[in-house]
Design a protein around this ligand. Structure first.
Ligand code: SF4
Length: 148
């Protein structure tokens, strides 16, 4: 895992999931899996968030919400789609109001497969997201040094 210089804050949003993946995400935050040991902090505020973790696909009703949450997050940011529904629309793909995976609304960096996604896979996705966030943070600092 990359050496991190800042604890990334993580925003979890439930798109149109069945809640199966959400339960596994919550399990990751319990002492059993303890995802916070990798330095992340769970937040409900998109304006403070660095990592956007989304479960479930996007539909006609939530697509503006997903876009708005993403836009409210400061740069740099990383998006993690958790579970096959968030990756592709999954089992709900052919439902009348489902548009597809999270990448139909926003750019997704990391796809975590599974139905439901296993805690180990979710944590692996979070660790990858932390590394990518650190890389983007360093790049944006280099860019601002050039400008400044
Ligand atoms: S991937 Fe499976 S468990 Fe996760 S939200 Fe979709 S149907 Fe539910």
């Amino acid at each position: 895992m990359a050496n991190i210089t800042r604890s990334p804050w993580l925003l979890h949003y439930d798109g149109s999931s069945c809640n199966g993946c959400d339960i596994e995400v919550l399990a990751c935050l319990t002492p059993v899996y303890d995802a916070e040991r990798f330095g992340i902090v769970n937040t409900g505020d998109p304006m403070q968030a660095d990592i956007f973790l989304i479960t479930g696909g996007v539909n006609e009703q939530n697509i503006p919400v997903v876009k708005q949450l993403y836009e409210q997050m400061p740069e740099p940011k990383v998006v993690v789609a958790v579970g096959v529904c968030a990756c592709t629309g999954g089992v709900f793909k052919d439902c009348y109001n489902i548009i597809g995976g999270a990448d139909q609304a926003i750019p997704v960096d990391i796809y975590v497969p599974g139905c439901a996604a296993r805690p180990q896979a979710i944590i692996d996705g979070i660790v990858k997201a932390i590394g990518l966030f650190q890389e983007r943070l360093e790049n944006s600092e280099k860019e601002s040094d050039k400008v400044g």
